[in-house]
Structures are given as C-alpha cells and as structure tokens.
Design a protein around this ligand. Structure first.
Ligand code: SF4
Length: 435
C-alpha cells in the first residue's frame, strides 16, 4: 500500500483543510505514515499569515524536500503560502511536484488522486473529544495589515445543512466540545440571509454535544441576539474570543477597524452585563505604523481597565500587498517586541489575579489528557479556556477518560493555570441539556 505523510501547519481553519486533504488521499487508497521519508506522497499544508508563518512554511518545505530525497515520491504544497507565493516558489523549489492553493486544492488533488473531497468527513487530529468545525471560508473585511482576504477570498458562509451534517458526523466520532471557527465567525450568514444565532440554535437542537465554543469574533459584528443566546444556553461556552488589535483611535482608523475606542468599551460592558461571568480573550498588534509611545501607554491603560481573561500580542509584521505595508513611520521591530513584553507582563498579573479569584470555587472542566506533569493526574480546561492558546487545569486526583466533563474544586492558581481536585462525591459527568 502506498503511504501519505502530512505536515499540517497554521490556524485551526487550515488544520481542518489539511484533515480534509488527508481524507481525500486516504479515500484514494493510501495508507498514512508519520515518517515523511517513507511516504510515497508528502503533503505540506502551509500558512503565510505573518513573517514567522512564512519562515515556518519554507523550513517545512525544505524538510519535506529532504524527506523526498531522490525517491519517486510526490511532494505537494497546499495552503496559504502556496496560494500567495506559488508562482515565485515554484522556481525556488523545483522538487515540489504540485502547488495547490486554498481555493483550488479540491479540484487539483481530486484530479490527481481520482477521488473527490468529502464535505464533512476528514482525518481528525488532536484530542478526539475537542474538534474544530469551519463554518465559513474567506473574509470580506479590509483590515489594512492583513493578507487573508487576498489569499482566501471574500467571506462565504457554509450552508447550515452542511454544517449540521458535519456536526452530526463529529458527534458520532465522540466529540464533546465543538469549536466553531472562521476568519470572522460573527459575520456568519450576513451574506447568505441567515445569522450566527440561527446556526447555533440549529446545532443545539440537532446535536447533544455538551460544549459549543465560538472563536474569532469581530468586535463590529457581535450582536445582542448571540449574547442573549449564550447567556441562556449552558451548552455554549461563555467565552468571547474577540481580536481587537489596538485601542488608539488613529491606529484603529488606519487599520480600518471598527468600532473605535468608545464602541469597544461599550461592547465589553455589554458582554459582561448580558453574559455575567463571561471570559474575554483578545489579541493586539504592537508596533503598527504610526504607533507612538502615547498610543502604547493608552493601550496599557486599556488592558488594565478591560482585565481580559486571556490575551495574545503580536509584533506588527509588514505584509507584501497589504495597505499598511508602505505606511511610515514604522516603529522598529525591537520596539514592537519590547512593547509586546510590557503588555504581557501587565497581563500576567491580571491573569493571576483572575485565577486566584477562582480558588475555592467549583468549575466544570473537560478532560484533555493524562497530565505530563508527574505531580498531577489529569490535564483539563474550563469553559473559559480554549485549547492550544489558553491556560489549563491540572488535576491532582482521579482517573477519567479524555472528553469527560466533570466538576472540580479549584484549590490553587498560577499566572495562567489552575490546580484542582475532582469533587469527591460528584465524579459522574455533568449533564448539559437545553434550557
Ligand atoms: S477580520 Fe481578520 S481575517 Fe479579516 S481582514 Fe481583518 S484581520 Fe484579516
């Protein structure tokens, strides 16, 4: 049997694409191997969002070329790096047999392997109990620093029917936490005559998946209908991942991001009043062209005021073909990095205080795996923690299957993690039903 190996890079949306690509090749009769040097087909599914992602894509392509060596294996590069740079890259990497983009891989690989991609089924990676479901492709916003609209095209919602088919399939595979993702999940349905709230209602009605999480919400499109639904439905995690990018108005205008400062503060107040106890995650870009020390200080004051539960920061990465690329003056990268560090030092204190405030409380967690840290038995997350980007809960006692959702008593806290014990008499699963 011929074998395929996959390097799957980038964001959750790209990971889902890679899983579908692997499913297509397996449907064509290929087995799977984790050792590219023994594979007959090597696939590199790339990201090209920012500088670091491009560097990782190139390094991985070079490793794949080495793994291919002079064997008659086929090397295929997919994803955003291929979509963006395939014409130049083809000359640079002649060892690559096929460059497939994000908008034509289905046709190109379908033709090559004589198998059509399945709209739902894919080869799942990561913990089985927690899986991503992509609800739309592309983005129609025009943020000045971002390449995604140019790479992935305009926003296109998937039909509710195809999303429900995939949710059913995932539920059948044992999924307990379904994470809905898109470039902007809050924009779902706006171009196809439905809404995110309607989609959530349908998923709640059609499945019994206990935890549903939303990621990548745009601050301009988080509507009250969704807030009220999340407040009313325990199965939807009260977790708001809303990249804000900055708070200083001249920068938000230059970034082409709405709302501006006042609107952002009102949104945060609205979420906290309509969904008490909600967790807020955000991300900021530091060192964007035109950012002054005063803008940076304003952002620090805002982070202090907002007290985000989770926060990520990125140094500005000038991207070819974006509106912001030619803007000046641009702070030096070292300045951007220093500002990132200062924001995260402040956030670390805030995160610790929030975590310490949870000590003594009882929270539901989903078990992810047996703990790597020998002092603990299990690793889990609360409804306030997304996988891979947020903190975890380390549990001292108990042996529970991954995917179990149980109440634990929080007995300790660190900057980003919590320590817990499974509530003694309550080892059984917490039941999540529609309210
Ligand atoms: S909303 Fe996100 S994906 Fe869309 S252009 Fe802005 S930063 Fe890029």
């Amino acid at each position: 049997m011929q074998r395929v190996a996959l390097y799957n890079l980038g964001c959750s949306k790209n990971i889902v694409d890679g899983e579908r690509i692997l499913h297509l090749v397996k449907n064509a009769g290929y087995g799977r191997t984790d050792d590219p040097s023994r594979a007959d087909v090597i696939i590199v599914n790339t990201c090209a969002f920012i500088r670091e992602a491009k560097e990782e894509a190139i390094e991985t392509i070079l490793s794949a070329i080495q793994a291919k060596g002079d064997r008659p294996a086929r090397l295929i590069v997919c994803g955003c790096f291929s979509e963006r740079f395939r014409s130049q890259a083809a000359a640079q990497f002649p060892e690559v047999d096929l460059w497939a983009g994000v908008n034509d891989w289905e046709a190109l690989l379908g033709g090559l392997f004589g198998a059509s991609p399945d709209p739902c089924e894919r080869v799942l990676s990561g913990p089985r109990a927690t899986q991503y479901l992509k609800i739309a492709e592309g983005c129609s916003h025009r943020c000045s620093f971002c390449v995604i609209p140019a790479v992935r095209g305009p926003f296109k919602s998937r039909s509710i029917g195809s999303i429900l088919d995939e949710a059913h399939w995932l539920e059948g595979k044992g999924v307990r936490e379904l994470i809905l993702v898109a470039q902007d999940s809050s924009f779902y349905g706006r171009e196809s005559g439905t809404t995110l709230a309607a989609l959530l209602e349908r998923i709640l009605a059609a499945t019994s998946i206990p935890w549903i999480r939303l990621m990548y919400l745009h601050p301009h499109f988080v509507g009250r209908e969704v807030l009220r639904l999340i407040a009313a439905e325990r199965r939807i995690c009260p977790y708001f991942d809303i990249p804000l990018q900055h708070i200083a108005e001249p920068l938000l205008r230059s970034m082409r991001r709405l709302p501006l400062g006042k609107g952002i503060r009102e949104l945060i107040d609205r979420i906290r009043s309509l969904v008490p106890g909600a967790a807020l995650r955000s991300t900021f870009i530091l060192g964007y062209p035109g950012e002054t020390e005063a803008h940076f200080r304003e952002l620090l004051r805002f982070v202090e005021w907002a007290r985000f539960d989770k926060l990520g920061v990125f140094p500005y990465s000038p991207e070819e073909g974006t509106a912001a690329e030619k803007l000046r003056p641009r702070p030096r990268r070292s300045t951007a990095m220093r500002r990132c560090e200062v924001v995260m030092l402040l956030q670390r204190e805030i995160s610790r205080e929030i975590n310490e405030g949870r000590v003594g409380t009882e929270l539901d967690v989903i078990i992810d795996r047996v703990a790597e840290d020998s002092g603990y038995s299990l690793e889990a997350r609360t409804r306030f923690d997304a996988p891979e980007v947020d903190g975890k809960v380390l549990i001292r006692n108990g042996s529970l299957r991954p995917g179990s959702i149980v109440p634990v008593k929080i007995v300790g806290a660190s900057d980003y993690d919590l320590f817990a014990e499974v509530a003694p008499l309550r080892k059984r699963e917490t039941q999540y039903r529609r309210s």
